[in-house]
Design a protein around this ligand. Structure first.
Ligand code: GDP
Ligand code: MG
Length: 331
């Protein structure tokens, strides 16, 4: 979609391109952000600008903190499936064991902290879609791998862990939230608006209280619910016994805020095996952009089949789609 940008925006952009150091570049980007009209048509420009501002802010911050352990871009996970979900939590709360139960990945599981030092990805099946899960190293007030800041920038959602076998579980989880906030990553319930500050990422988050099988889990659960129950969707599981994992798969998928859309060619049956997964509220044109880059501008209309509602009704490019619609795109 074409966006009309005011002349001051282009002036700021010229300053950005000429800037010789990260601080000047960032200042110019922030000016562009303020000037940029924030509406639906400029969503892509907004997202690009936000990423640039965030990357540069994080780079400048990290440079101040001295040499890095991992070079930028060491851990980049191209998004696969319906979305990318990161596991964040204190040491020893069962992140790696849970990943191995939900996917075919085999991260090391051990009864001592700091076993996972590198991110480990795995694909989780949920009905006819797959979600990419990434196990991250533990986070405490004193221990934070800087690459977590980079990996979480690309994440669509997070699972925040709480350890029901540990009396300090709630405090350890609160420390994770605070440490991520220092890195400009704000854990928020799914469906929250994006952060106002372009350097900050608000990550849709669900909370997993793990080790529900522990003999003293019930009493700790009460305290945990009190502290976090109203802040995040709250799921009690036992990675070890498998309790609560079916509901958790669905909750993780739901946190992505996407819908399943099946496409079809004229005169042929729909492909019901591999849906596209645009964000909830996406239009025909936005779906077309997911099917093929060039289609977003060229699609003129679509026929939509909605089970039990209508059968092949013709709609325009701005028509809002719904979960499980079948769509035939016309240019
Ligand atoms: N009782 C119990 N122990 C668990 C559960 N999940 C993980 N553990 C144990 O907790 C320890 C740490 O697990 P791990 O997955 O390595 O934690 P991580 O450091 O968060 O990745 C291991 O000894 C696991 O066997 C659970 O649901 N119940
Ligand atoms: Mg681990």
């Amino acid at each position: 979609m074409a966006v009309n940008l005011p002349p001051q925006y282009h002036d700021a952009e010229a300053r950005y391109k000429k800037a010789q150091n990260p601080e000047d570049k960032l200042a110019a980007l922030k000016e562009m952000w303020v000037i940029l009209p924030k509406h639906k048509a400029s969503e892509k420009v907004q997202a690009d600008l936000k990423t640039k501002i965030s990357e540069l802010t994080d780079q400048i911050e990290q440079a101040k903190q001295g040499p890095k352990k991992a070079a930028p871009g060491t851990y980049k996970f191209p998004r696969q499936g319906a979305g990318q979900v990161v596991f964040v939590g204190p040491p020893n709360c069962g992140k790696s064991l849970l990943l191995s139960k939900l996917t075919k990945a085999t991260p090391a599981v051990a009864p001592y902290p700091f076993t996972t030092r590198e991110p480990v990805p795995g694909m989780m099946d949920h009905e006819d879609v797959r979600v990419q899960l990434i196990d991250l190293p533990p986070i405490t007030a004193d221990h934070y791998e800087t690459f977590v800041t980079d990996v979480t920038r690309a994440a669509d959602a997070a699972v925040l862990f709480l350890d029901l076998a540990d009396d300090d579980g709630p405090a350890a989880t609160a420390a994770v939230i605070e440490r991520l906030k220092l890195a400009r990553r704000e854990l928020v319930p799914p469906g929250s608006p994006p952060a106002d500050d372009p350097a900050v990422y608000a990550i849709p988050t669900i909370l997993v209280a793990n080790k529900g099988d522990d003999e003293a889990a019930d009493i700790r659960l009460e305290i945990a619910r009190e502290e976090f129950g109203t802040r995040f969707p709250f799921h009690v599981v036992s990675a070890e016994r498998g309790d609560g994992l079916a509901a958790l798969r669905k909750a993780i998928y739901d946190a992505l805020g996407v819908m399943r859309i099946y496409t079809k060619q004229p005169g042929k049956p729909a492909d019901m095996t591999s849906p596209f997964t645009p964000p909830v509220g996406a239009t025909v044109a936005e779906l077309a952009g997911k099917v093929h880059r060039d289609l977003e501008d060229s699609v003129k209309s679509a026929r939509v089949w909605v089970t039990g509602v209508h059968d092949g009704q013709t709609v325009g490019r701005d028509h809002v789609l719904h979960d499980r619609d079948v769509v035939e795109l016309h240019t």
